[in-house]
Design a protein around this ligand. Structure first.
Ligand SMILES: Nc1ncnc2c1ncn2[C@@H]1O[C@H](COP(=O)(O)OP(=O)(O)OP(=O)(O)O)[C@@H](O)[C@H]1O
Ligand SMILES: Nc1ccn([C@H]2C[C@H](O)[C@@H](COP(=O)(O)O)O2)c(=O)n1
Length: 231
């Protein structure tokens, strides 16, 4: 049996992590936040004092870094070189540099290999979210979703999460999301893209619970075995 993978892709702040965690919890599946892996790699590269514009230096540094992800959707974890980096990877310095680091093919090769290993370890079911899950990491996934939401909604949600809903902050957040989307969509190696067979879901006017309900419904339809007692 091929591994049961639910692939969730989409632009920054479209609700991938929250949705993926909710779906994995509801269906009793593992969960992998691949964006956290790219952020952890970026944190480690910055810690080494590497210029993220220098792709060769990034590739050399990245070869040494050990990234480990915990896949419990209720308590996901992420470490780089044994350090718990769950907090630091959300800081602005990492957010500003992560798209540059993610463009480097050697970084992607390493992390995609790790992601596929994690899929193999959870063949009975895992929800992965990122930018290239449906197109590159798990092209045979039985269910692929591409989440989108208006930039204004994404920025407002992110700003609210940070407890900073003043107009200037929301505007700066929108600019940061758009800047990352532009770099992530235009890179040569596995850019942010909707897989041809992915279902696009616009979450702008949906609550998180409504989105999770819809993805669970689609998952059970695509993989009827998922509709067992855990859901
Ligand atoms: N449908 C929704 N309605 C309202 N708020 C939502 C919805 N989906 C997600 N959110 C909120 O929006 C914020 C961003 O969501 P989340 O972190 O899941 O997005 P993401 O796509 O994983 O972002 P990133 O790409 O930056 O990691 C969170 O505060 C989350 O609670
Ligand atoms: N599969 C992935 C996941 C993430 N990235 C890059 C691009 C994002 O800007 C960055 C951070 O991801 P986030 O935490 O915002 O989901 O990581 C990627 O290239 N491929």
């Amino acid at each position: 049996m091929p591994p049961v993978v639910i692939a969730l892709d989409g632009p920054s702040g479209s609700g991938k992590s929250s949705t993926a965690r909710g779906v994995a919890s509801r269906l009793g599946l593992a969960y992998l936040d691949t964006g956290a892996m790219y952020r952890a790699m970026t944190w480690a590269v910055l810690e080494r004092g590497v210029d993220v514009e220098d792709a060769d230096a990034v590739a050399a540094a990245a070869a040494e870094v050990v990234i480990e992800s915990g896949t419990d959707p209720q308590a996901p974890t992420i470490t780089a070189d044994g350090v718990d980096v769950a907090g630091p990877i959300r800081e602005q310095a990492v957010t500003d540099a992560v798209s540059q680091v993610s463009r480097v093919p050697a970084v992607r090769e390493r992390l995609v290999a790790l992601q596929r290993l994690t899929i193999a370890e959870h063949a009975d079911g895992i929800v992965l979210e990122g930018r290239d899950i449906g197109t590159v990491v798990a092209p045979d996934a039985p269910l692929k979703l591409y989440l989108v939401a208006d930039t204004a909604a994404r920025a407002a949600r992110r700003a609210a999460e940070q407890g900073q809903d003043e107009a200037a902050h929301v505007e700066a957040t929108a600019a940061s999301l758009q800047r990352r989307d532009a770099i992530d969509s235009s890179r040569t190696t596995s850019p942010l893209a909707k897989a041809d067979d992915a279902v696009e879901l616009d979450t702008t006017h949906l609550t998180l619970d409504e989105v999770v309900d819809e993805v669970v419904r689609l998952a059970v339809k695509a993989v009827p075995d998922l509709g067992g007692p855990a859901s």
